[in-house]
Design a protein around this ligand. Structure first.
Ligand code: NDP
Length: 280
């Protein structure tokens, strides 16, 4: 019987996940379907539970439901517990297990796909929402000399830092406080790029040794990537690779097989490049 999977979010109509999981399934010969569920907050819980009651095998969860999903499942993996956010749910016997594959996806993209290595890096994480929370534990795995979380609402950055206080050399602040600091890696986990905006951080945080990574992605450069390039950043990358790698991690959890992500990433990049060239 075809196993059924899906993505719950609001909105989700723009999502590339069916394309990605479709390619993974064909590549690995899995009999499965994957569809999108446009699920507003007031219906999310009942719709996910109904999906599993009617035989569904697993779901991905995206904005704005990742934290609510952590309350809905019966069990959390350690990394989902740390993040207090769930982007992947799998059925194990009659229990729902929630995982968070975002941070692992980010790290695989940085290290494996982009070939970036640092020794005791100075890291700046911008944002304090679900994606920042999911990335913080894995970024601490890079053994940074310093990891600063900065957010437009400074209180949320401080709260996030408090929750991870015993995990590494962390501090939190507002954007203006970043002046005159240098970072090896800046990860933009704000959603500013989705509106064509750039977080209002001082420009002197970027120099030719800085790698700037935007979790957001799009046809052409995101606003943050374009900004980083203008400032002469050593590298400026967007989140296509993270998207594919977090999906591969979810696929592995569901199907027990690790798909080859390289051809899927190539296909996505070429579609994005085509979309950037086409007049619309
Ligand atoms: P949330 O809504 O949970 O958090 C949004 C964050 O962005 C908050 O910290 C918010 O600050 C900040 N923010 C929003 N607008 C601005 C702005 N104009 N200037 C500065 N800060 C701003 O979103 P998520 O954490 O779930 O997602 C964040 C981003 O990461 C999105 O772009 C999403 O697409 C991307 N993402 C990419 C993934 C991938 O696989 N590539 C996976 C997951 C997420 P405040 O607290 O002050 O409101």
């Amino acid at each position: 019987m075809t196993a059924t999977y899906g993505l719950f979010g609001y909105p989700v109509h723009h999502s590339w996940s069916p394309f990605i999981h479709g390619m993974f399934a064909r590549q690995t010969g899995q009999d499965m379907s994957y569809r999108l569920y446009e699920s507003p907050p007031e219906r999310f819980r009942s719709e996910v539970l109904e999906f599993f009651r009617s035989g569904g095998s697993g779901v991905n969860v995206t904005l704005p439901h990742k934290r609510i999903a952590a309350d809905l499942v019966n069990e959390l993996t350690p990394r989902a517990q740390l993040a207090d956010a769930v982007n992947t749910v799998v059925r194990r016997d009659e229990r729902l297990v929630g995982d968070n594959t975002d941070g692992a996806g980010l790290l695989t993209d940085l290290q494996k796909n982009l070939g970036l290595q640092w020794s005791s890096p100075r890291i700046l994480l911008l944002g304090a929402g679900g994606a920042a929370r999911g990335a913080l534990g894995p970024l601490l795995g890079l053994r940074p000399r310093l990891l600063v979380v900065a957010n437009r609402s400074a209180g949320r950055a401080l709260e996030l830092v408090r929750d991870f206080a015993d995990q590494g050399p962390l501090s939190g602040c507002e954007f203006a406080r970043l002046e005159h600091q240098h970072f090896d890696l800046i990860v933009n986990a704000t959603s500013a790029s989705l509106r064509g905006e750039v977080p209002l951080i001082p420009i002197d945080v970027v120099d030719s040794m800085t790698t700037c990574y935007d979790m957001a992605y799009g046809a052409g450069d995101t606003a943050f990537v374009a900004w980083a390039k203008r400032l002469g950043a050593g590298r400026a990358e967007q989140g296509w690779g993270m998207l594919v790698e977090q999906a591969a991690e979810a696929f592995h959890l569901w199907r027990g097989i690790r798909p080859d992500t390289a051809p899927v990433l190539r296909a996505l990049r070429s579609r994005a490049a085509m979309a950037a060239r086409s007049p619309s």
